[in-house]
Design a protein around this ligand. Structure first.
Ligand code: UDP
Length: 329
């Protein structure tokens, strides 16, 4: 099948492109390389262009004629979205609307959207079910809610079948360490802890130790990027089998505290790096854990890497290769 992937040179997108390529699909990546990397696209053609260029997008649709579209291209840094909301509304909302319009004009049969647990804000109940109220607490989360709303309306009005995947905390890397998280200024816990282990950061800071959790630090549901990639393929197959439009939480349903993650990183790497305790980071909910019952029941998803250790092991292998990959690029 012909699948167009926006943001296919980015972290999650590149793992999905790899999986689609391995399963024999014809993939085209559309990415402006603002945060993605050419080397991360392991299968298919890469068109370097911005989603804002609607004419270019139409041209690509005209030639490639995608049957399905997976939409990853977006800005993803929460604090930046607070400082520069318009950038998020332009990149994440306006561009998604343009893309949806083009998909409708070209008769795309299935649309898979990268959403986020940020749509829930600070959830009242954990584990979080898909029916939980959507109360984002930053422009990044709001931008995802707006696109989900547009998809729901367009699906009803024009019959564009879609699946929206609400990611919890994505981590890990390709087990063969060909691709992985490669952002220039990583903010995520596992990546930063691995950089501390590799000696690329002097220490790691724990953002808040006075949360109402057993060890006082925040709890998150970490999902391996390879398991998440599989969810995208299952979503596509589901839609093409005639499944109705749906929203799914993507997580394992199991939480780990910041302290647990740091201990596991020390165990896997064998490095006892320096850890300091600092104040809370604004906007962090104490606990964010998915209820994955719906995705398991409806898509038959069964994760292959359901433990924190293998997430960290694959990310560690990648972290040690990253500098060489960036140097060679
Ligand atoms: N965190 C931390 N130190 C860091 C990075 C993150 O204590 O250097 C905490 C952060 O406050 C949150 C958890 O780790 O409670 C996961 O944060 P991350 O940025 O990885 O993902 P988020 O949950 O914000 O999407």
């Amino acid at each position: 099948m012909r699948i167009l992937v926006t943001g296919g040179a980015g972290y999650v997108g590149s793992h999905v492109v790899k999986l689609l390529g391995e399963r024999g699909h014809q993939v085209l990546t559309y990415d402006n390389l603002s945060t993605g990397h050419r080397w991360a696209v392991l299968y298919g053609e890469l068109v370097e262009a911005d989603l804002g260029e609607e004419g270019k997008l139409e041209e690509v649709f005209q030639v490639f004629r995608p049957e399905a579209v997976m939409h990853f291209a977006a800005s993803v840094v929460v604090p930046e979205s607070v400082r520069e909301p318009l950038k998020y509304y332009r990149n994440n909302v306006e561009n998604a609307f343009k893309l949806i319009g083009v998909c409708l004009r070209f008769g795309v049969k299935a649309f898979v959207f990268s959403s986020s647990a940020a749509v829930y804000g600070v959830p009242e109940e954990v584990p979080v079910k898909e029916e939980a109220p959507l109360r984002p607490i930053n422009p990044y989360g709001s931008s995802k809610v707006m696109v989900e709303q547009a998809l729901e309306d367009c699906s009803r009005a024009y019959g564009l079948p879609y699946v929206s995947l609400r990611y919890f905390n994505v981590a890990g890397a390709d087990p063969e360490a060909r691709i992985g998280q490669a952002s220039r200024e990583p903010t995520h816990l596992i990546t930063r802890a691995l950089k501390a282990a590799a000696g690329r950061l002097p220490r790691i800071e724990i953002y808040g130790t006075d949360y109402p959790t057993p060890d006082g630090t925040c709890i998150r549901d970490y999902i391996h990027v390879e398991d998440l990639a599989e969810v995208h393929l299952l979503s596509l197959e589901y839609l093409l089998d005639g499944g109705r439009s749906r929203v799914y939480n993507c997580g394992y349903g199991r939480g780990h505290s910041v302290r647990e993650v740091i201990e596991e990183v020390k165990r896997v790497t064998g490095v006892d790096f320096s850890v300091v305790e600092g104040p809370r980071r604004p906007g962090d909910p104490p606990e964010l854990v998915a209820d994955p019952s719906r995705i398991k029941a409806e898509l038959g998803w069964s994760p292959r890497y359901g433990d924190l250790g293998s997430i960290i092991e694959t990310a560690w292998r990648w972290e040690r290769r990253l500098e060489d990959v960036l140097r060679e690029a």
